[in-house]
Design a protein around this ligand. Structure first.
Ligand code: AMP
Length: 273
């Protein structure tokens, strides 16, 4: 089947079938991480829709919205290779009316950890994801564990707003040396790229420990001896993103964010205590 590219909601409506639909929302500049999500969607849904939209609402005024990589031709090739049925690539004007008023609030959970560094980011992200859900009407939507707080908030939105969609989380795809794949990696100079390895090294050093306090200490030590400008290193409950106590037993996420040169990267590892 030919890949259908829909640039607006009318085109999407025409392309959407009544079969079970699996959606992979992305901002484009697709890499192997996105490919793994698409493969998961391909295995779970009869029709696979990939959305490509750099969402202005989730970028702060001093962030990289204008320079975020836009590589539609290469993205379409990847989608065709992976057997995607429909790519939905709307323009900002098609997504947002100039007089729009109503949006989604991520609540308090949207103001902690990543949300504390990027005010409004999660409100903007949830607003576009809800709009994509309403436009595509998927049965299943696949998101990466790479953006762990995003995944947790989308699961919360689906529960809190009674959305009839199954949310699937996909493991983080990494380079051989541990660097998590990210569309922003293409900003890195070779020195930056080398420095960025401290992120995954810190997470692995933490994961080798058995108690929350030792996990935090081991990861912090690696970061302290790096050249990274660290925004946060936290060990949190994956459902709430609240810090876990030292006596904690159960699932946790060790999450880190740091600037490498002018590029801000995030990474995390799921852990069990
Ligand atoms: P983005 O295009 O960066 O908004 O990401 C689109 C989706 O791909 C999100 O659900 C991300 O969590 C996921 N993703 C990004 N990087 C990776 C990766 N390295 N491995 C797996 N999924 C990823």
């Amino acid at each position: 089947m030919e890949l259908i590219v829909a640039h607006d909601r009318a085109g999407l409506d025409k392309a959407r079938s009544s079969r079970s639909v699996a959606l992979v929302p992305t901002m484009g500049a697709l890499h192997e991480g996105h490919r793994s999500l698409i493969r998961m969607a391909r295995a779970m849904g009869e029709q696979v829709v990939v959305s490509i939209f750099v969402n202005p609402l989730q970028f702060g005024p001093d962030e990289d919205y204008a320079r975020y990589p836009r590589t539609l031709a290469a993205d379409l090739e990847i989608c065709a290779e992976e057997g995607v049925d429909v790519v939905f690539a709307p323009s900002p004007d098609d997504m947002y009316r100039p007089d729009r008023q109503v949006s989604v609030s991520a609540g308090e959970m949207g103001t902690i950890v990543e949300g504390a560094v990027r005010p409004g980011h999660f409100d903007g992200m949830l607003t576009v994801v809800l709009k994509l859900f309403n436009l595509v009407r998927p049965d299943i939507a696949v998101f990466g564990q790479k953006d762990a707080q995003q995944l947790a908030l989308i699961r919360r939105m689906v529960v809190d707003l009674d959305l009839p969609i199954e949310i699937v989380g996909a493991p983080t795809v990494r380079e051989g040396d541990g660097l998590a794949l990210s569309s922003r990696n293409r900003y890195l100079t070779s020195d930056d790229r080398h420095a960025a390895l401290a992120l995954s090294r810190a997470l692995r050093a933490g994961a080798a420990e058995r108690e929350p306090s030792a996990v935090r200490a081991a990861a912090r030590e690696v970061l302290a001896s790096s050249s990274l400008e660290v925004d946060y290193l936290v060990l949190v409950d994956p459902a709430t993103f609240a810090e876990v106590p030292d006596s904690y037993r159960g699932e946790a996420v060790l999450a880190v964010a740091a600037k490498v040169g002018s590029t801000r990267l995030i990474d995390n590892l799921p852990l069990t205590f």
